[in-house]
Design a protein around this ligand. Structure first.
Ligand code: NAD
Ligand code: DAU
Length: 352
């Protein structure tokens, strides 16, 4: 194994923290540089277990700052990039689309430009891996799946910004011959997800006896994958994926929102010693999300057949583990929801 110097962006966020942990622990000969702006979604407490590892360095930086990103490539000599940093929440993209343009589009192009400049004399052993989402394919009706060949049809400002970033990555491959690979994954769930997303929000609201805001009729369908299985897939795509290609990642695990919410309610009733049905009483149907995509479903046969990846967890086990994690880590949840951790970072990194 070569001594790679891998820049992972967004490693203080939900999925990124699981990817950083996997790479730091599994590849002691690689050095992992975790670049993160530490927005509201970035929390270094997600990765305290590896923060002192000899093959790990944290860099606080903003991808929108092109000069700083170029300087970091000069300083550290990154050999590869795994790019996860993004604004990731659809509801926030509806209220503030420009943040998504800046980080997801401008930030990605800044990173591509920095890699292009730094790697110009020898591209052959470098890889730019862009982590994307199934939302770029748009919305499905009752049947069919997203294939790698499905035309892009993004419907929200978030998915439009991710689609634009995917297009730039492919354009840099075609035009400047940067070696790239892209993966598009379905909805992730698991530990360390910021509680604005459905699963942790609802677990926390049930725990605190607060209403569960179900958008529309709760009939929208999502395809759920345990976050550690996404991190394992990223490892496989990084090491075994073919340059220039796209891999869809998903668990063949579709749920309507309302059915998923009922599973969470039932498991929480057990966990909290409540009568069955008590948590379901918290369900409150609210105004639908604007432009709400009806259904996502990934056909993951390509990554399964070509790279030998498959999910390690059944959904029932994954959701139990997830609920256990949030219930056992209430301090994490309380700090994240009260904003205490951000005050700490604001003080800690005041000079940046
Ligand atoms: P997240 O919001 O939990 O984390 C994003 C991270 O990026 C945070 O640590 C944040 O501080 C950092 N960041 C944001 N703006 C930045 C900037 N300008 N410069 C540097 N760092 C910045 O997101 P997530 O859910 O972990 O998603 C990670 C990636 O995976 C995203 O690219 C997302 O589009 C993609 N994805 C997510 C899912 C999902 O279900 N969550 C599914 C498929 C793909
Ligand atoms: O498909 C991959 C995408 O999954 C990722 O690219 C995004 O980064 C990630 O946020 C996620 O997007 P969704 O919009 O599907 O996830 P979210 O958790 O916001 O919502 C899941 C479903 O639940 C969706 O149909 C909207 C609904 N919902 C969500 C919230 C937060 C509710 O009904 N009520 C809520 O309060």
């Amino acid at each position: 194994m070569t001594n790679k110097k891998i820049l992972i962006t967004g490693g203080a966020g939900f999925i990124g923290s699981h990817v950083v942990r996997l790479f730091v622990n599994k590849y002691p000969d690689y050095h992992i540089y975790n670049l993160d702006k530490l927005t509201y979604a970035g929390n270094l407490k997600n990765i305290t277990d590896i923060e002192n590892a000899p093959n790990y360095t944290f860099i606080k930086a903003d991808l929108v700052d092109a000069i700083e990103i170029n300087n970091l490539f000069d300083k550290y000599g990154f050999t590869d990039v795994i790019h996860l940093a993004a604004e990731s929440h659809v509801d926030r993209s509806i209220t503030n689309p420009m943040d998504f343009v800046m980080t997801n589009v401008v930030g990605t192009v800044n990173l591509l430009n920095a890699a292009k400049t730094a790697w110009k004399d020898n591209m052959s052993d470098k890889l730019f891996y862009h982590v994307s989402t199934d939302e770029v394919y748009g919305s499905l009706h009752d049947d069919g799946f997203f294939l790698e060949s499905t035309p892009y049809d993004p419907q929200s400002p978030y998915s439009a910004s991710k689609a634009a970033s995917d297009h730039f990555v492919r354009a840099y491959h075609n035009t400047y011959k940067i070696r790239v690979v892209i993966s598009n994954c379905s909805n992730n769930y698991g530990p360390n997800q910021f509680p604005e997303k459905l699963v942790p929000l609802f677990i926390n609201n049930i725990r605190n006896n607060k209403p569960l805001p179900v958008y529309g009729k709760g009939e929208n369908v999502r395809d759920w994958l345990y976050v550690v299985d996404h991190a394992r897939a990223i490892d496989d795509v990084f090491h075994k994926g073919n340059v220039g290609e796209t891999y869809n990642i998903g668990g063949f695990n579709e749920w309507t929102n309302i059915d998923l919410i009922k599973v969470i309610c039932k498991a929480m009733d057990k966990r909290l010693g409540r009568h069955e049905g008590e948590s379901e009483k918290l369900i409150s149907y609210v105004t639908d999300r604007a432009g709400h995509d009806l259904r996502y479903a990934i056909d993951a046969n390509k990554i399964m057949n070509e790279l030998g990846w498959k999910p390690s967890l059944q959904f029932e086990e994954g959701i139990e583990k997830t609920i256990d994690w949030y219930m056992d880590n209430q301090v994490w949840m309380d700090e994240v929801t009260s904003g205490d951790y951000q005050n700490y970072y604001n003080k800690m990194y005041a000079s940046h």
